[in-house]
Design a protein around this ligand. Structure first.
Ligand SMILES: Cc1ncc(COP(=O)(O)O)c(C=O)c1O
Length: 456
């Protein structure tokens, strides 16, 4: 559907839409308690632990309207997130006042830029509880971080007959690099199927581990279902089997407290743009002893100690894995985002999302033909994936968009998961700290109106 068609569709649709919720935290009506149970507004309101209205005021984009003056309701946070003023200001200030290349000059600006870049690394170290700043490698995102490990650690440590263990819920970023590694090295990729009950899934995971498993790579939170994996226990089981672990924390670090030492994982990857930061910056955490032993992945400037006609000597960590000019301003933006989130508190952010998910589960339960996918909300982060029987998901997503609701439709880069669930695609609403209960209510009402309209 092009924009002209959308405009016409909107004109048709606007006469029959359901009530459009205003953006507010409290108001009349019921709110959801635990999955499926409905709680009074005041009860749930009392659980909200921070002032969402003042948080929203920090995000300029949330004040804008779309189409015909409809408030924007942004439920596509698992894909990418919006930016608070502090992140925008930190990046602008860096470009305006301190911009130069890092680690390459002795001039004033270069020194300032280098100091800011290394301070950003320290901020990320503290964010995930790593022991040493040089265990933090800046990359372009989760995808780049996982590819780095699969290429550098994988080529050196995985051989014919070895196994790589994944779960069926992985994002393609945590599947394809391992499939490529397996093809290069004659290894096998195994998938742990899931029941979305953490205890049962931990058992299945254990059963798939063997002395052949060289690495287990899995997400902390599924980007489709919001399923929270029992990370610490899975890491311990893999370690007991003699396997290394990589955690795809793209949907965890932005939303909950993360501590790599508590988890005991070997590697961890996440992206800046899913946590209020800019695109083009991500993080690979690796244990020092592993990173030290790994060969560089990309070759070029900055990653060497010396180069002669005959070869090169790689530099120390973290430079060894940061060839070329790094994403300097993006790293400053990521650090500003981490500071913003830390100040609010990750416990409170995850609690807020839990309340939104509970409400969404309860309200979607009232809509006939809607099937929520995956686990009960007790085992979920702030993501709700669902399907609707008998109506085109595409048409629904377009109608919701015309009402101002940004949700995602498709396989969400998790085709094996959808094959496992016996589905071609799904709809996904994913929340963040700036979303409100009123938005959830408005969404379900808009969904009901869209279903009524489409079914005629
Ligand atoms: C769980 C998970 N892993 C990996 C990725 C890939 O992240 P990026 O595109 O920032 O590299 C995503 C993005 O949606 C994700 O949700």
């Amino acid at each position: 559907m092009d924009s002209a068609q959308r405009y016409n569709e909107e004109k048709k649709y606007s006469g029959s839409s359901g009530p459009r919720a205003t953006i507010r935290l409290s108001g009349g009506g019921r709110y959801a308690g635990s999955c499926g149970q409905v709680m009074m507004n005041a009860e749930l309101q009392a659980q909200v632990t921070f002032d969402v209205a003042s948080i929203r005021a920090d995000f300029p984009i949330l004040a804008r309207t779309i189409y015909r003056q409809r408030p924007l309701v942004y439920f596509d946070n698992a894909s990418t997130t919006q930016h608070p003023q502090t992140v925008l200001a930190a990046m602008e200030r860096m470009y305006r006042e301190r911009y130069a290349n890092v680690h390459r000059g002795i001039h004033y600006l270069s020194e300032q830029a280098s100091a800011a870049y290394e301070a950003a690394r320290e901020t990320v170290r503290a964010l995930i509880g790593a022991e040493r700043a040089h265990e933090i490698i800046f990359t372009s995102g989760t995808t780049a971080s996982i590819n780095l490990v699969a290429r550098s650690w994988g080529d050196a440590n995985v051989g014919p007959g070895d196994e790589i263990l994944l779960t069926i819920a992985e994002h393609h970023s945590n599947i394809v690099p391992w499939q490529q590694l397996a093809a290069r090295r004659g290894a096998l990729v195994r998938f742990c199927e899931l029941s979305f009950d953490p205890e049962a899934d931990l058992e299945s995971f254990r059963r798939q581990l063997s002395s052949k498993t060289r690495i287990a790579a899995f997400s902390a939170v599924s980007n489709v279902l919001g399923y929270r994996f029992p990370v610490k226990e899975m890491v311990a089981a893999a370690r007991q089997a003699g396997a290394r672990t990589l955690i795809d924390a793209a949907q965890h670090v932005p939303h909950e407290p993360t501590n790599v030492r508590d988890w005991g994982c070997d590697f961890l990857a996440f992206s800046g743009h899913k946590m209020l930061g800019p695109t083009g910056i991500g993080v690979l955490y690796g244990k020092e002893s592993l990173l030290d032993a790994m060969p560089p992945f990309l070759g070029g400037g900055s990653m060497i100690q010396s180069v002669t006609r005959d070869g090169f000597v790689p530099g120390e960590l973290p430079a060894k894995f940061e060839a070329g000019t790094p994403p300097i301003v993006e790293a400053i933006g990521l650090a500003a985002a981490a500071d913003y989130l830390s100040e609010i508190g990750f416990e409170r952010i995850s609690e807020h999302e839990r309340i939104l998910v509970q409400r969404m589960h309860a309200r979607l339960g009232e809509v006939a033909a809607v099937h929520i996918l995956g686990p009960a909300c007790a085992h979920k982060g702030g993501i709700v994936g669902f399907g609707v029987t008998g109506t085109s998901h595409f048409d629904l997503a377009v109608h919701l968009d015309l009402q101002g609701y940004a949700v995602r439709l498709g396989h969400h880069c998790a085709m094996p998961l959808h094959q496992f669930l016996g589905r071609h695609d799904s709809l996904r609403a994913s929340f963040y700290l700036y979303n409100t209960l009123a938005e959830v209510d408005g969404f379900v009402e808009a969904l009901q109106a869209a279903l009524q309209h489409l079914r005629g």
